[in-house]
Design a protein around this ligand. Structure first.
Ligand SMILES: Cc1cc2nc3c(=O)[nH]c(=O)nc-3n(C[C@H](O)[C@H](O)[C@H](O)COP(=O)(O)OP(=O)(O)OC[C@H]3O[C@@H](n4cnc5c(N)ncnc54)[C@H](O)[C@@H]3O)c2cc1C
Length: 526
């Protein structure tokens, strides 16, 4: 039997929420959804470990991704709320706090590790009504509601000649990006979400409203709460608003597509290019992505591109002077030629490669149809996606060994990578329990390999449910105990997103006592 970490009567909580929220808040602003059937459809109708992202109407009537999540331990949420202001969020949290009711924040639900699944039921707080945006161009920042989507923000900032740097291949909410420190394709130029947050408005786990710091360039006034909330995946509080750094839109973009005889050659070339550019580079190389032959083939099918299915590096340079971008490309070209590249296509009008970039963005979607033998009408299969990040010095070996391991097991996988960050994904469609098990074993070996090589078991997708069991080997016991201590101090009743993120100390998810923590990793990792 699953351990009951929280004792509460769902009916009582629903009634309390109704009684406490509706009299005080306009129902249009704070819609309480208690339709269990709809919630069941929303969260739980697939028995497979991972589901396909798919459009679902959320309470605000907008389409949203359904995250692929493990379902073995999920429970139905008893309610979903869509507060429209910070005070309404605080009211929801206070009610949950009073009832010791689990509270799970749901942003765009594009997370790939099951972070927004209501594992222990409770209340789902959907941020889709938190959509304010205030641009303060003079101070180079924008205050953005947690529920604002990445693409919506880009549309808002574009006409002002501005942009927000981080660019995941999905369309998540700003709150979700902050909570996972999402990154994606532009990290070499702009950094991850973490480097682009100045300050946050957060509702704490006890229902208080705080601003993590003043939105100034320097503030030497206490612990860095901003960074504590970034990447905490809804386990410490609800991010309601973020003050984000904004940048000027560059005038020109150029691009290149470079093919290689092997994945190993391609990775070695990128590593050498980064070395040649020096630690800081000129900042004009904004994207540097790698796709293996299988990924190119899947993209050709899905996006009607006609690329040769071989390992391919895609580059995009952005800046105000085309000649300067071309010079920067020439440096890369020289290095690539020294590393046996096969074919180079450089375009001074970056837009000419937009279809190829679209295919790169859509790798995950293409992987779902790659084998053309899914069970659904559209032949869509569930896809497992790994996400490790290793130092540049071990990157080529890590990718090579991973490719060999998958090949040895006869499991074709699509490898696509934010390669200049040392971050790569292996995507494997699976249909049967046996395939799923085999994929999980391959992923566990990949993670162990990455950690051995000095890397992290998640570069950008976060921990959620999927990565919890791998954390010990990366961090060691003392580190995890410290994290649990911080969680206990900030969320004293343990209501925020329970069952995720922190490896359990007293209980496992299945309710049996946790095995004793293994020995700390070797000193080299500490
Ligand atoms: C096709 C595809 C491509 C992707 N590509 C990338 C990529 O290139 N780079 C990348 O980094 N990720 C990528 N992802 C993963 C995903 O888009 C990111 O993890 C994203 O940041 C999640 O945001 P979300 O709004 O969907 O959050 P959700 O999935 O809703 O939630 C993620 C976690 O954050 C918590 N959370 C959400 N909002 C808040 C809030 N306001 N306050 C507190 N906690 C909150 C949730 O409880 C959960 O734990 C991809 C996903 C897909 C489906």
């Amino acid at each position: 039997m699953r351990a009951a970490l929280f004792t509460f009567d769902p009916t009582v909580v629903v009634d309390s929420l109704r009684a406490e929220l509706f009299p005080r808040f306009d129902p249009k602003q704070t819609a309480l959804v208690t339709d269990a059937a709809a919630l069941r459809r929303d969260f739980l109708d697939d028995k497979s470990m991972y589901q396909h992202p798919r459009a679902l109407p959320n309470p605000a009537g907008q389409p949203t991704f359904y995250a692929p999540v493990p379902h073995e331990n999920t429970a139905l949420p008893i309610a979903a709320v869509t507060p429209g202001c910070v005070e309404a969020v605080a009211a929801v949290v206070r009610v949950c706090y009073r009832h010791r009711c689990p509270l799970v924040v749901r942003g765009g639900a594009t997370g790939l590790e099951g972070g927004c699944v209501p594992l222990y039921g409770g209340v789902v707080l959907d941020t889709s009504n938190l959509v304010t945006t205030r641009v303060d161009a003079e101070n180079g920042v924008a205050w953005v509601g947690a529920g604002v989507r990445k693409l919506h923000l880009a549309k808002h900032l574009g006409p002002l000649g501005l942009l927000f740097g981080p660019d995941p291949a999905s369309n998540p909410t700003i709150g979700g990006m902050v909570s996972t420190s999402g990154s994606g394709m532009t990290t070499i130029r702009y950094g991850t979400t973490r480097e682009n947050v100045v300050s946050l408005v957060v509702v704490t786990a006890t229902g208080e409203i705080i601003r993590t710091r003043q939105p100034v360039r320097k503030a030497s006034t206490g612990l860095d709460l901003t960074n504590l909330f970034i990447g905490s995946e809804g386990t410490l509080g609800v991010v309601v608003e973020a003050c984000l750094k904004i940048h000027r839109l560059p005038i020109h973009r150029t691009g290149a597509m470079v093919t290689f005889p092997s994945l190993h050659d391609a990775v070695r070339a990128v590593v050498a290019m980064r070395k040649a550019q020096g630690a800081r580079g000129t900042g004009q190389l904004v994207r540097c992505e790698l796709i293996n032959g299988e990924g190119i083939a899947a993209g050709n099918k899905e996006f009607r591109t006609q690329l040769t299915p071989v390992p391919t590096v895609l580059l995009e340079f952005q800046g105000d002077v085309v000649d300067s971008l071309t010079d920067e490309f020439r440096t890369a070209e020289r290095v690539f030629r020294e590393h046996s590249c096969q074919h180079i296509n450089y375009v001074e009008r970056g837009a000419e490669l937009d279809t190829v970039w679209e295919a790169r963005r859509g790798c995950y979607m293409a992987a779902r149809k790659a084998r053309g033998k899914g069970t659904a009408a559209a032949t869509i299969e569930p896809v497992y996606i790994s996400d490790v990040c290793v130092p540049m010095t071990t990157l080529a070996d890590c990718v090579k060994q991973t490719e060999e391991d998958f090949r040895k097991e006869g499991v074709p996988c699509i490898i696509c990578a934010h390669i200049a960050d040392g971050n790569f994904h292996a995507m494997v469609p699976f249909a049967t329990a046996k395939e799923r098990q085999q994929t999980l074993e391959l992923d566990a070996r990949l993670i162990a390999r990455a950690v051995r090589m000095g890397g992290a078991c998640s570069g950008e997708h976060g921990i959620g449910l999927g990565k919890v069991k791998h954390l010990l080997q990366e961090h060691g016991q003392a580190h995890l105990a410290l994290q649990r201590g911080i969680k206990a101090a900030m969320d004293p009743r343990g209501i925020m997103n329970p069952g995720k993120f922190y490896p359990p100390a007293p209980l496992t998810l299945g309710g049996s006592p946790a095995p004793p923590l293994a020995a700390s990793p070797p000193a080299a990792h500490l």
